[in-house]
Design a protein around this ligand. Structure first.
Ligand SMILES: [Zn+2]
Length: 365
């Protein structure tokens, strides 16, 4: 069996770097289709347009309709094909990233992504998540290529809502625990091989940065200010989390999220918040199955969650007093949500997950 690691082609991160956008993408060409949602357009659209105009580049703006569905990707791909562009630029949150990846895949064009928040691990990977119109998870499919260029402006991240940064920390924090589970079970990663030592080290580094700088980074975004901590946490949320999950693998933390989207409708929270709760379920499951509770790790994780306000319980996700049926439905949907639940170094059944959900309720009652 071989080892493999894939990454985006180029990654740039820094304060106000979108003002020199063309410098980072001119190797692709000089005519781009920009996929953007309306909220983000009002926030940074003009700045991006000015930056391209000042550099002499051409562009077309295509508005995204809020949900990453197959139909939406096909609609936008039709528009992109009619524009004869050199590349696609996805500008916005996770769902714009997902759709931009599909569009670049359908049109066979280079892809530039510019995340406007550090809310998820979507920007760097070749995975695109597809949902139904109502937000239910349908599938995660792999594109032919990872994004060619990822550009992260940390001043934009500093000014985005703090909840987005915290959700991104939730998504990124899962990376190491899921990598560890995949390492122990010998699971093949998303790139077709076993994890490299480098990928595992990146997952560990992601965890260390969040534990050390997460709370400071949150404070600076609350003040809408840039800080060195924010710079580090942005890299953890976007680069280390993305490259980390893709090259190590996901496990229960993401399976719980996918399972919950099938049961809790409309899904009450953001991807990273759901995944953060999933990490809690994964750890409790590991402890219950192995019969040994890792007190030090549990303390470290729960204290971190409290320091940055990540959800520890279903109640924190807005699900008050879940019934036994709801817990069992989540457990069943988790096991049926694809392969992630089954990458653990032990057999995962709905009963195992159900017991963990009950245990978490009891722990924080
Ligand atoms: Zn994720």
């Amino acid at each position: 069996m071989f080892k493999s690691i894939v990454t985006p082609g180029k990654y740039y991160q820094g304060k106000d770097i979108v003002d020199n956008l063309f410098k980072y993408i001119e190797f692709i060409g000089d005519n781009f289709a920009i996929i953007i949602d309306r909220v983000v357009y009002n926030f940074v659209g003009k700045r991006i347009e000015d930056s391209l105009i000042n550099s002499g580049a051409s562009y077309s703006v295509i508005m995204f309709n809020d949900e990453s569905t197959e139909a939406e990707a096909n609609r936008i791909a039709g528009v992109v094909k009619s524009k004869n562009v050199d590349g696609v630029v996805g500008l916005g949150g996770g769902k714009v990233m997902d759709t931009s990846k599909l569009v670049s895949n359908i049109c066979n064009l280079p892809l530039v992504v510019i995340p406007t928040s550090a809310a998820s691990d979507a920007p760097c990977s070749a995975a695109s998540v597809i949902y139904k119109e109502d937000g239910t998870f349908v599938k995660s499919s792999r594109m032919k290529r990872n994004p060619d260029v990822v550009i992260v402006d940390t001043m934009i991240i500093a000014k985005a809502p703090v909840r987005l940064l915290v959700a991104g920390m939730g998504d990124a924090f899962a990376t190491f625990y899921e990598a560890r589970a995949c390492h122990e079970s010998g699971t093949i990663n998303y790139t077709g091989g076993r994890h490299t030592e480098s990928a595992y080290a990146l997952a560990k580094l992601c965890n260390e940065i969040l534990l050390k700088y997460g709370s400071e980074a949150k404070k600076s975004v609350e003040k809408k200010e840039w800080s060195e901590s924010l710079e580090k946490v942005t890299e953890a949320n976007i680069y280390l989390s993305g490259v980390g999950f893709e090259n190590n693998g996901c496990a229960i933390a993401h399976a719980i999220y996918n399972g919950m989207t099938a049961v809790l409708k409309p899904f009450p929270v953001m991807h990273g918040e759901g995944v953060a709760f999933g990490t809690i379920v994964q750890l409790v499951t590991e402890y219950l199955v192995s019969g040994s509770w890792n007190d030090d790790e549990w303390k470290e994780v729960t204290e971190f969650y409290k320091s940055v306000d990540l959800p520890l319980t279903l109640k924190d996700l807005g699900v008050e007093n879940p019934s036994e049926e709801t817990l069992m439905s989540i457990a069943e949907a988790t096991c049926n949500s694809g392969s992630n639940a089954h990458k653990m170094p032990f057999t995962v059944t709905p009963e195992v997950i159900y017991k963990s959900l009950v245990k978490i309720n009891d722990l924080f009652d």
